[in-house]
Design a protein around this ligand. Structure first.
Ligand SMILES: NC(=O)c1ccc[n+]([C@@H]2O[C@H](COP(=O)([O-])OP(=O)(O)OC[C@H]3O[C@@H](n4cnc5c(N)ncnc54)[C@H](OP(=O)(O)O)[C@@H]3O)[C@@H](O)[C@H]2O)c1
Length: 236
């Protein structure tokens, strides 16, 4: 399947992996709609690559209803939009511990729920997880559990929504916008640890995750799968 002429919706498309997928989808001839919470970021990203955009907060179902209500048919949906806290059980507040589930699990669940009436018969969905699902990167149990839950959600949705295809991408540590927002000392220590911990001895690139997402969006016989662009992190 080619993305030419298809409609691709990306919640969390204003930066990072979502923007990289959007850039490649536009280049492939797709009509791309970006969603996120920050108008200025979306407008700049959409202007740069030639996409449409609309503000949406995936933790707010009224916002999701307005976002999807304004769209016509949707061929492909990717939902990397999330913002959360990560840390040890002994240190995180209950609210922070719940934040991965609030934004990354329920945000994606509700995005799919509001998108379903607009999906075409041969539509596909890619959910965002993270390789922490299969190999905890230190003390972050709620974040680890959330990613595992997203992968279960992908399998469950693949069964319920067939013939619409639903897959999950679970990247390792990626040198991109997310880590650029974190303090340099934290980033450098995390990258060094990841380089030691992974088979390919390096962190990944947003472009490498985008390639995996485009494969999952367009591969017509792949559903219910989780793909790990993680440099072999889970095996080391
Ligand atoms: N980068 C990595 O190393 C890595 C590894 C594994 C998994 N992941 C996963 O990849 C996803 C995206 O990360 P990224 O690396 O692309 O970072 P990013 O640049 O921070 O992308 C996240 C995007 O989501 C948007 N967003 C955040 N909360 C939202 C909400 N409630 N509703 C709608 N949009 C929202 C953000 O924009 P606004 O703030 O303007 O809304 C931002 O554009 C996350 O789920 C992360 O767990 C990343």
């Amino acid at each position: 399947m080619t993305l030419a002429g298809r409609t691709v919706v990306i919640i969390g498309g204003g930066s990072g992996i979502g923007l990289e997928v959007a850039r490649r989808a536009v280049a492939a001839g797709a009509q791309v709609h970006l969603g996120g919470r920050t108008e200025a970021k979306l407008a700049a990203a959409a202007g740069e690559i030639g996409a449409k955009w609309q503000v949406v907060d995936s933790t707010d179902q009224a916002s999701l209803a307005a976002f999807f209500g304004a769209l016509d048919e949707i061929d492909h949906l990717f939902t990397p939009g999330a913002a959360y806290r990560v840390g040890p059980l002994r240190e995180l507040s209950d609210e922070d511990a719940a934040s991965p589930f609030t934004t990354k699990f329920w945000g994606q669940y509700h995005a799919v729920k509001h998108a379903v009436p607009k999906l075409t018969a041969d539509a596909s969905i890619v959910l965002m997880s993270g390789a922490a699902s299969v190999r905890p990167p230190g003390a972050a149990p709620a974040y680890v559990a959330c990613n595992a839950a997203v992968e279960g959600l992908g399998r469950g949705l693949a069964v319920e929504l067939a013939p619409v295809r639903v897959n999950v991408v679970a990247p390792g540590t990626i040198d991109g916008n997310l880590w650029a927002q974190r303090p340099a000392a934290v980033r450098e220590a995390s990258f060094a640890q990841y380089e030691a911990d992974t088979l390919l001895h390096r962190v990944g690139k947003e472009s490498e995750v985008a390639e995996a997402v485009l494969y999952l969006l367009s591969s017509t016989y792949t559903t219910g799968s989780t793909l790990y662009p993680d440099g072999g992190y889970a095996l080391r």
